[in-house]
Design a protein around this ligand. Structure first.
Ligand SMILES: C[S@@+](CC[C@H](N)C(=O)[O-])C[C@H]1O[C@@H](n2cnc3c(N)ncnc32)[C@H](O)[C@@H]1O
Length: 278
């Protein structure tokens, strides 16, 4: 596990370098399993918030671009700027209205370099992996046009000290702890999103949580199994599981014995005071 010297995280790693490397076989597929589990919920929320014809959108940490593509194809928005630290998956997606930009959104001055403002700024499963979240949220809020919305989605961990002692619970705990220690992933502050959006000057703030069912052979089960496979080294380093424990958790996910709650997706949004979004 190679850690760059200037990395800002506790363990010295960054998303996409120590873990979840886009060049590793199957990484696009892993992101797509997550997208399959959550895209319909995301699209329903974005459309309810008004995403439609005339909207210029920014999709931050766009991954394989499933949401960007559906905003254009289904919601009929006018344009989407899809930004990611590595755009190899986005480059494969050719949709009219889609513009792709390779950039590190955590870099100072990232937001000032963009041609905003946008009617929608969207970031899903990204900020939880990055440091300095308050600064990032304020910067993203600054890119929203008057009347437009900032929509943030990230994971909420639903394991508690009462969670049953299954292989799944052990693996989930080890994953959150291991990713925190290595690349700085931290979902503990995700429930604070509504207050953070309010603090960034946005109004009409609200949030919801969706927990898809964890069924054997579902996209969601495959997403977690792939995620554990990629973060196995960090999980084992916590001492909470060993190799056999990770294997047992994957088998448990695939079995009819599985009786567990997935991590949920919290989506929070806030609207920039001022004119109509169009
Ligand atoms: C878990 S994936 C989520 C992808 C997509 N938003 C989705 O929900 O399907 C996280 C994405 O954020 C990108 N990412 C992570 N850190 C980033 C950074 N500092 N700047 C830009 N993109 C980043 C990763 O490359 C990856 O594509």
């Amino acid at each position: 596990m190679k850690m760059p010297d200037d990395a800002p995280f506790p363990g010295g790693g960054r998303y996409g370098e120590a873990f979840f490397r886009p060049e590793q076989a199957g990484e696009g597929e892993r992101i797509d399993f997550g997208a399959l589990a959550y895209d319909d919920i995301t699209m329903a929320r974005l459309r309810a918030l008004g995403a439609g014809p005339g909207w210029r959108c920014l999709d931050v940490g766009a991954g394989t671009g499933t949401v960007s593509g559906r905003l254009l194809g289904e919601a009929g928005v006018t344009s989407v700027l899809a930004v990611d630290r590595d755009v190899r998956f986005l480059a494969e997606r050719s949709v009219p209205g889609l513009e792709v930009l390779e950039a590190d959104i955590a870099a100072p001055g990232f937001a000032t370099g963009l041609r905003g403002p946008f009617h929608l700024v969207h970031a899903r499963f990204v900020l939880m992996h990055l440091p300095d979240r308050e600064r990032l949220i304020a910067a993203l809020a600054g890119l929203v046009a008057p009347g437009g919305v900032l929509v943030l989605s990230d994971a909420v961990d639903l394991t508690s000290d009462r969670a049953p002692g299954t292989p799944y619970t052990a693996a989930m705990r080890a994953m959150w702890q291991g990713l925190g220690a290595t690349i700085g992933t931290d979902v503990s502050w995700v429930p604070s999103y509504p207050q953070l959006l309010r603090g960034a000057g946005l109004g009409s703030v609200a949030a919801e949580i969706h927990v898809p069912p964890l069924l054997p052979r579902s996209a969601l089960s495959r997403f977690w199994a792939e995620t554990w496979e990629r973060s196995r080294e960090a999980m084992i380093a916590t001492g909470l599981v060993d190799d056999a424990g990770v294997d047992a958790a994957v088998r448990y996910l695939e079995s009819e014995e599985c009786a567990a709650l997935s991590a949920g997706m919290l989506t929070a949004w806030g609207r920039k005071p001022g004119g109509s979004p169009r």
